[in-house]
Ligand binder design. Structure first.
Ligand code: BTN
Length: 247
């Protein structure tokens, strides 16, 4: 299991960008970049991630996985389980996992995860970026929430980060073991209300469709059954819950 080393920044463009710069320069697995604010926080699908000073936990971890690259997408799912576990342990907050990379409370987004891969002189690497909204800030979109809004208080960043890194290291170790991928997928399905029987709308940019979730593929892709009974496998795009929970 890797031992995390934490590097703190007051302000940075993006902890993911800094972790990628350092990974390219040969930084080892387990180096974690944390910042009080990001000026160019990155989200999925080329979106930005608002990162006001001291309002969130903004952290990125360098990983150098030894397992097959087709299992690398599972790092995001394992990280979502780790965030869920850390929030429960440090502040007793129960969050739901929304495919593939969000944690929500009452369908409002609390955390986003962005795993990016890159080539380095030491071989391929992944940077696992995690942003958790800790405090209420002005102009928070209606579809977002924070730990403070949900519990009445924001956790101390250091203890949440320590719990998070411990849990990420444990889940990441599973992935590297025999049957690890199956175990992570099973655990994800047990901990997400999106895994099966959930009515969703899938937006792929140029195409939208509705259907009912039917579990995950071996690489973490979401299976969605459309009205005609066809299973579509979703690897990108946005998934939004629709009202009916019936399958
Ligand atoms: C998403 O939901 O679109 C993913 C958001 C990921 C945000 C985190 S904050 C820490 C790390 N640094 C970044 O620039 N992005 C990730």
């Amino acid at each position: 299991m890797f031992k995390p080393t934490i590097l703190h920044f007051d302000s940075i463009d993006s902890t993911n960008l800094e972790a990628m710069r350092r990974a390219k320069a040969g930084a080892p697995e387990g180096l974690c970049i944390v910042a009080r604010e990001q000026t160019r926080g990155r989200g999925r699908l080329d979106r930005s991630w608002e990162s006001p000073r001291d309002a969130g936990l903004y952290a990125s971890l360098i990983l150098r996985p030894k397992f097959a690259m087709n299992a690398w997408p599972l790092i995001t799912l394992a990280a979502a389980l780790a965030v869920q576990d850390a929030l429960m342990k440090t502040i007793a907050l129960r969050a739901n996992i929304k495919w593939p990379n969000d944690l929500c409370v009452n369908d409002r987004k609390l955390c986003g995860i962005l795993a990016e891969t890159l080539e380095t002189s030491l071989g391929p690497a992944a940077v696992l970026g995690i942003g958790i909204n800790l405090r209420n800030t002005p102009n928070v979109p209606a579809e977002a929430t924070s730990v403070e809004s949900e519990t009445g208080r924001a956790p101390e960043v250091g203890s949440l980060l320590a719990a998070l890194l411990k849990s990420v290291a444990e889940k990441y170790e599973f992935l590297d073991s025999a049957k690890g991928c199956e175990q992570v997928i099973r655990e994800w399905c047990a901990h997400s209300s999106y895994s099966a029987g959930r009515r969703v709308r899938v937006s792929l940019g140029d195409e939208n469709f509705e259907g009912t979730t039917r579990g995950l593929e071996n690489d973490g892709a979401l299976r969605v059954e459309t009205t005609g009974g066809r299973i579509r496998v979703v690897r990108a795009g946005d998934v939004t819950a629709l009202r009916s929970m019936k399958g």
